[in-house]
Design a protein around this ligand. Structure first.
Ligand code: PLP
Length: 260
């Protein structure tokens, strides 16, 4: 892994921040997970725009400006060209910019071919528009999903509406039409890409009980792209296989991100 702290490349074992910092004590910092395809970084501008939006939502003005952060990420990526597909984590606190680059661990192809299992989890992230370190709710939900043998947790609010995954956004398809909620979620960069590719998306809420009867469901996230969801809480979605609209969007997404 390559780590840069405030512009200095640091040995992984020696990389440290003060234990009394707010970032450590309270998780008071924001972050982005970005990735490269064929050495090209995907939607860096959008990710960094969300990073600064997140800082604004949780109420701090970073010492590092957008422009300097952008330049620093590009510089660190130049130094990590050894990986075609890299995961880039950018952490921004009041006084620090930390960039970590490592080889991405791609998900097994079977997850794309057969789809993944999800489980519901009651509750929602606080300050949902912000991607922040202090988001242990997502961590707890994802751990719960994994303990059930599922890949992702679907967060369901008090009124039983579906919000998002613990670490992903959710789409569903009914009668060939694409749907996604835009209420109190993290606006995923992959989600925006899918909406652009689809050309049309209905922004409506859905109750969890209705999601179980959708024709197709899929989740999106930077590192894994689109993953079909074929089972929720032990119940098959559709015929239990990735559906045609999902497969078509997966093809379009692949063509876009891998284009030369
Ligand atoms: N929603 C939440 C809560 C997330 O944590 C993430 C990513 O980690 C997403 C959605 C997906 O966002 P993106 O597509 O930008 O990775």
């Amino acid at each position: 892994m390559i780590i840069s702290i405030n512009g200095k490349i640091t040995d992984e074992k020696k990389a440290c921040i003060p234990i009394v910092s707010e970032a450590f004590l309270f998780g008071y910092a924001v972050f982005e997970t970005i990735r490269t395809y064929n050495k090209k970084v995907f939607r860096l501008d959008d990710h960094l725009a969300r990073l600064y939006l997140s800082a604004d939502v949780i109420g701090f003005r970073p010492k590092w400006s957008f422009k300097r952060t952008y330049e620093e990420v590009v510089k660190v990526l130049e130094q990590s060209k050894r990986w075609n597909e890299a995961k880039v984590r950018v952490i921004l606190s009041k006084n620090r910019l930390i960039i970590m680059v490592e080889k991405i661990q791609e998900k097994p192809q079977d997850m794309y071919r057969k789809g993944v299992k999800c489980v519901s989890f009651q509750g929602k992230r606080n300050l949902p528009h912000a991607k922040k370190l202090a988001d242990s709710f997502s961590y707890v939900a994802k751990n719960y999903a994994e303990s059930c043998g599922a890949y992702e947790a679907i967060l369901v609010d008090q009124k039983t509406y579906v919000r998002e995954g613990a670490y992903s956004n959710i789409f569903w398809i009914n009668g060939g039409e694409l749907y996604s909620t835009n209420k109190e979620i993290l606006f995923g960069i992959t989600r925006e890409t899918i909406i652009e590719l689809a050309g049309k998306c209905n922004f409506e809420g859905i109750k969890f009980s209705s999601l179980l009867h959708a024709d197709e469901v899929f989740i999106t996230q930077t590192t894994s792209g689109i993953l079909p969801v074929t089972e929720i809480n032990g119940q098959k979605i559709g015929d239990g296989k990735p559906g045609p609209v999902t497969r078509d969007l997966m093809k379009k997404f692949d063509a876009l991100v891998w284009e030369k």
